[in-house]
Write a protein that binds this ligand. Sequence first.
Ligand code: BGC
Length: 347
Amino acid sequence: MGFCSAACCKLSRRVKYLFLLLLPLSVLAWICLFSGGSVKSFTVFSAATQALIKKENTQDLANLGTSVAVRLMTPTPRTECPKKSPLLQGAVKLNFEPSLKVKDVEGENKRVVEGRYQPLSCTARQSVAILIPHRNRERHLLYLLHHLHPFLQRQQLHYAVYVIQQAGDATFNRAKLLNVGYLEALKDYTWDCFIFHDVDLVPENDRNLYVCDSQPKHLVVGRNATGYKLHYKGYFGGVSAMSREQFGKVNGFANTYWGWGGEDDDLRIRVELQKMKIVRPPADIARYTMVFHKRDSGNEVNKDRMKLLRRTPLVWKKDGLNSCKYQILSVERLPLYINVTVDLGKP
Ligand code: BGC
């Protein structure tokens, strides 16, 4: 009798624990059942789902019990992100801390995987590839990534950052690197929009949206170095946005601009030849800080640029994306960006 009562007691304690465990689960299941449509049940579970995905811990799902776990993992319809992201902060304070390390930026951007991110709670309105031409500017790149990743996440974009590194020491060719970036990024995904981004320009205001419009968009109205004034009326350099179709239509950049200057003016001429019009965000938003640097060796001023610009209307159809010859040396999928190293050949 004593033996039986001890065993019974142990058993009833187990039943009690099981009951306590099942109670919240069944309440959740009832809420779900009575809330009707999948949109409502998504609302009930979205916070839990988000927390779980954030922890990236599938064990948590298993611990919740099979039926709830299945429900949590079943894809539910997601709504399109709002036109105006609720996460925007406007003008943000930039910081260029000399002690900043790659690991710090990786730690702050855990949800960026191999340079790519998409919002959890909604479907992004555009998929955007950020293309950064680069050679020997590691510090500038780190400062830019430090600001750009949270900036793009606040804009609720699906995006990836591509850094296109010119191998060797031939004269730098920004335009050809951007053509390579466009062609290579499209092998990963059919991006809607491309942002051509200098490594030394950091955006100051997250209302400067990195999305494409019905016309090509120039995003740098002003920068600290020029008193936040537009350089000149036709300026199309620094940071600009073109949709996949717009860039294809103008046959991309010319491949023939080696050294500093002219390639952005050439792109503007191509845009105008296609009867497109460059648009800009308001001046109080399209503001950038330029990280100071001396002119790089290997990127001397291109003295032929005026001559090249005069022949753009004659050559744009055969000098561009359709004639871009290069050799990819490596594609590394790093935590914060896709690092494409390319041999562009020589001038
Ligand atoms: C060059 C452009 C450059 C601009 C602003 C022009 O003279 O041709 O390539 O972006 O100056 O510095």
